[in-house]
Design a protein around this ligand. Sequence first.
Ligand code: G3P
Length: 225
Amino acid sequence: MKFFIDSANMPSIQKFMDMGIVDGVTTNPSLLSKEGADPAEQAAKIAKLVPGPVNIEVVASDYEGMINEGRKIAEIGSNVVVKIPMTKDGMHAVRELANRGIKTNVTLIFSAQQALIAAKAGAAYVSPFIGRLDDIGEDGMVLIRDIVKIFDNYSMESQVLAASIRHPVHVLECAKAGADVATLPPDVLEKMFMHPLTDAGIKKFLDDWDALRKKLGGNISPFKR
Ligand code: G3P
């Protein structure tokens, strides 16, 4: 499963890039606004830093506006994917942008029917939002499982990009469900590193090493030839 970072924050993206675990980035108008910088400049910095797909969303809601913005966004870099909202104008724009060889990611998907339409329109990615369904008492993971099954049934080319992820269990369940991509808020990815038994195990190893050092009366080199 590919890991995208769901953030426009350069230090957060860089930290995980340095570990080699970042396959791409997703942003949206809210995430870009949070950084307080010029969005086009911020998007260009991210697209330069991350070689994988970098998703930048249009803010226009009409077909012509989406096409114009989509073309400008695509010019930022060859790795840039244009995010389009799940609307009728959006699907028309997805088809036209696909015809022009521009990859799109249809966002704000909350039903399998929407995902099916987006895939048929030619979206490279569909983004079902898990957390926002959970927030209203539904089970967002059901949507992911339904879409993965439907896309498998018909060998749909669009990739399932699980979004609106709130905690590590969402990531686990998305991997088990076979989602192609999970886009991870940095705080969720941070939590995935942690386990109390790992911490306890490291402490035990070091305590035992210290005990040996005391027993041998001083410093010991970690390993002797
Ligand atoms: O960026 C798309 C999606 O991941 C947003 O998630 O947390 O705003 O529901 P959230």
